[in-house]
Design a protein around this ligand. Structure first.
Ligand SMILES: NC(=O)c1ccc[n+]([C@@H]2O[C@H](COP(=O)([O-])OP(=O)(O)OC[C@H]3O[C@@H](n4cnc5c(N)ncnc54)[C@H](OP(=O)(O)O)[C@@H]3O)[C@@H](O)[C@H]2O)c1
Length: 374
């Protein structure tokens, strides 16, 4: 029987710290109709990434993640259109953005009013946690399933991987023989940075939570060591593993881990600020080490992947060729069913996963037409 119901996750209330399933409501809604230039897609995979949390409403004052010197106002009153307010659909991709790389879900075209897409095509460009979504054809990409697995646009060649590649190529300025520390090393960005650094001849020290993820970081990603942040004191472990100090810290988490590492950076060390996953729930706050910056002539640089759209094709070719040549190890943690999306987000934000890119499989890819009833 064809499906006529569209299940949609909406934000139920302002959220206190780490999101839990009760912070969301799964509503049953009619199917949307595509307009001119749009397609209706059936969602197959949702990509889960930590960076969505600061866009969601906080119960009480939001953490000052962007360090504007004051906590954000309660998000429900924020005019910023990238925010997700109470009652709105939960999102994975970036909005507003017309960039075809800003999507957060992949799916299959059910109805097309766009000349580039036919029914049955795979498409990358959805944004929301829902079964069916209308997307703009011009702000989406058609996926070639013969090239890579369809979920690769959220994972292997997705925006987080693109971020890792951009951060490594443009900001690390690494030299063989240097020591790099990578936090959230078993996560999407971390696992790619570890491998790129290893291939370039650096000594790689990962940080992850749990023995299983640390084993993955060392045995499969080729790191020389991995600090288990759930068990070890990060500063003490670094003193033991890097007695001469750290040349580059690729910072995915901010917070207490960053505070422990900047004092261990060497003269002319680099701190590459990629993300602050430890701070998004409001539990931790990273500091700026002005004394160490001065005395050790440190360079601190942040970057945002959205500034690098022009590099996307080169990135994709580079990573796809590494993958096809068997030079890249990859891991995905897949949660089964749209109902699991809130659990998957909490796992991503807290690190309670088996590592790799976190995805939600919303529907089986049967390869067949799954047209809903009109
Ligand atoms: N600059 C940009 O343009 C850009 C673009 C995309 C993403 N980002 C950022 O890049 C970072 C990594 O993204 P990703 O998608 O690859 O995420 P991810 O690593 O898959 O997930 C975040 C990880 O952070 C770690 N973590 C959580 N709480 C922590 C804490 N209190 N202390 C230390 N570590 C903690 C956890 O790993 P363990 O438990 O294993 O430590 C967790 O799995 C995020 O901060 C994200 O917002 C930046």
């Amino acid at each position: 029987m064809p499906n006529t119901i569209n299940r949609v996750w909406r934000i139920a209330r302002p959220i206190d710290g780490l999101p839990c399933p009760d912070d969301f409501t799964l509503t049953h809604e009619p199917l949307p109709e595509p307009g001119e230039g749009q397609v209706l897609m059936r969602t197959l995979y949702i990509g889960i990434a930590p960076g969505v949390r600061p866009l969601m409403p906080y119960a009480g004052a939001a953490p000052d993640v962007a360090q504007r010197g004051k906590p954000d106002q309660p998000n429900d009153q924020q005019p910023d259109p990238s925010r997700i307010r109470v009652g709105e659909r939960m999102r994975s991709g970036i909005v507003p953005s017309s960039s075809p790389f800003a999507g957060g879900t992949v799916g299959q075209v059910i109805r097309s009013h766009h000349p580039n897409y036919r029914e049955g095509d795979y498409i990358f460009g959805g944004r929301y946690w829902q079964d069916y979504e209308v997307v703009d054809g011009d702000a989406s990409l058609r996926i070639n399933p013969a090239d890579l697995p369809i979920e690769a646009d959220l994972s292997l060649i997705g925006r987080s991987s693109f971020t890792a590649w951009v951060g490594w190529k443009h900001y690390c300025n690494a030299r063989a023989g240097e020591t790099i520390v990578v936090s959230a090393a078993a996560g999407n960005i971390g696992m790619l940075v570890c491998q790129l650094a290893r291939d370039a001849g650096l000594r790689v020290i990962g940080i992850a939570s749990g023995a299983e993820k640390c084993a993955f970081v060392m045995q499969e990603l080729g790191a020389d060591a991995c600090i288990d942040r759930s068990r070890d004191d990060v500063g003490e472990a670094l003193d033991r593993l890097t007695p001469d100090g750290v040349d580059i810290y690729f910072d995915n988490v901010g917070g207490n881990v960053r505070n422990a590492i900047y004092t261990r950076l060497r003269m002319h060390g680099r701190l590459i600020v990629c993300g602050m996953a430890a701070e998004y729930n409001g539990a931790e706050q990273g500091t700026l080490p002005t004394g160490a910056i001065l005395a050790r002539r440190l360079r601190i640089e942040g970057f945002v992947v959205l500034d690098h759209d022009a590099d996307y094709t080169a990135f994709r070719e580079d990573i796809a060729s590494m993958w096809h040549a068997g030079r890249l190890r990859w891991r995905q943690h897949i949660f089964e069913g749209l109902e699991q999306a809130p659990v998957a987000l909490a796992a991503c934000l807290s690190g309670r996963s088996s590592g790799g890119k976190i995805l939600v499989r919303v529907a089986e890819d049967t390869g067949k037409d799954q047209s809903p009833a009109r």
